[in-house]
Design a protein around this ligand. Structure first.
Ligand code: HMG
Ligand code: MG
Length: 295
């Protein structure tokens, strides 16, 4: 069976914009976030407090948060890798953060300048302090299906990293297919290796065109939280082959077709993606935006 309702965890302003060639002006980002809330989103990952030299596109995180008008009932999580990032997030009134671990040694090194093991020394005090301040903490695991350097990631390695993050007190674990190599059988096997869908979310990138098929598989396995980016923008700057996330519009088209509720207004999302594409100087890769949008 399928869930009656799915929570779409919108990552466009963060995962989307972190990897666009164009650095978007902060007032455009604030309008993007406002439009997403107006289209019905209840959780919008807004920016990152990472090192500004590592991700210059999001170096305006503090300025953006100052501009975003909080809509009641909407959550605005931000990505935080370490205590320095948490300090910055706390200074700006953030109520929810997301930490992001790697399932592979090579990507831990490339994305976090840490080893697979030492990444936990970085996250432990972040989660402990954040929970102490009453924040909600989400966790990502990247490269859950494979990475460009080590090939397919062993299921047991993903489960081991993921369990350790949940055991720190994270409310949810988002399984990231950072480079989009996963296929549906692999998705079912990974959720099975976790012992079921409890506290799991899925985060697919559409590099190999598998994101929707993988999502449907995850829903059939009982997952009810799906990450997506409006317009399918973005990727990961430290994983060269990665393209954008599953497009929110493509996801919503499928879910509404299946009779699954999202609370989202598809025409508003398409209009926002068309508006954003003009500012990014490239068309949205989303098939639904291409079909329904006015160029
Ligand atoms: P590092 O160089 O090891 O940092 O980077 P450090 O702890 O050695 O500190 C060096 C200097 O940086 C210090 O300054 C710190 O204060 C400063 P100094 O004392 O030398 O003047 N610093 C900071 N400044 C501002 N904000 C901070 C911060 N931290 C240190 N937060 C670090 C380690 C983790 C910071 C770095 O590797 C980094 O920022 N990485 C982030 C990379 C990133 O954002 N990648 C994209 C997001 S992940 C993703 O997209 C995948 C996902 O979507 C899921 C999926 O698809 O799989 C989530
Ligand atoms: Mg991602």
């Amino acid at each position: 069976g399928l869930p009656e309702r799915v929570t779409v965890y919108e990552v466009g302003p963060r995962d989307g914009l972190q990897n666009e060639a164009v650095t978007v002006p902060v007032e455009v980002k604030a309008e993007f976030v406002a439009r997403l809330a107006a289209a019905g989103h209840r959780v919008i990952e807004t920016t990152s407090f990472v090192h500004p030299k590592w991700v210059p596109q999001l170096a305006d995180a503090a300025e953006l948060l100052a501009r975003v008008e909080r809509v009641p009932g909407v959550r605005y999580p931000v990505l935080v890798p370490n205590e320095r990032g948490l300090d910055r997030a706390l200074e700006h009134g953030v109520e929810e953060i997301a930490i992001f671990a790697s399932a592979t040694e090579t990507f831990a090194n490339r994305n976090l300048n840490r080893t697979l093991e030492s990444q936990f020394e970085m996250f432990e005090p972040v989660v402990a302090r954040a929970l102490g301040h009453g924040l909600r903490v989400r966790a990502y695991v990247s490269m859950c299906f494979g990475d460009p350097w080590e090939g397919p990631t062993p299921l047991a390695q993903v489960v081991s990293v993921g369990r350790r993050l949940l055991d720190l007190g994270c409310y949810e674990l988002s399984l990231g297919d950072t480079v989009g190599v996963g296929t549906p059988g692999h998705v079912a096997a990974l959720i099975g290796a976790f012992g079921g869908p409890e506290r799991l979310a899925v985060h697919f990138h559409d590099t190999y065109g598998q994101a929707l098929a993988n999502t449907l598989t995850a829903l059939r396995e009982g997952v009810t939280v799906v990450d997506a980016s409006t317009g399918g923008i973005g990727g990961c700057p430290y994983a060269e082959s990665a393209t954008g996330n599953l497009a929110t519009e493509d996801l919503v088209w499928m879910l509404h077709g299946l009779g699954v509720e999202t609370g989202l207004d598809l025409p508003s999302l398409v209009e926002t993606s068309t508006w954003l594409a003009r500012r990014l100087g490239r068309p949205s890769p989303s098939r639904v935006v291409q079909a329904l949008g006015t160029p």
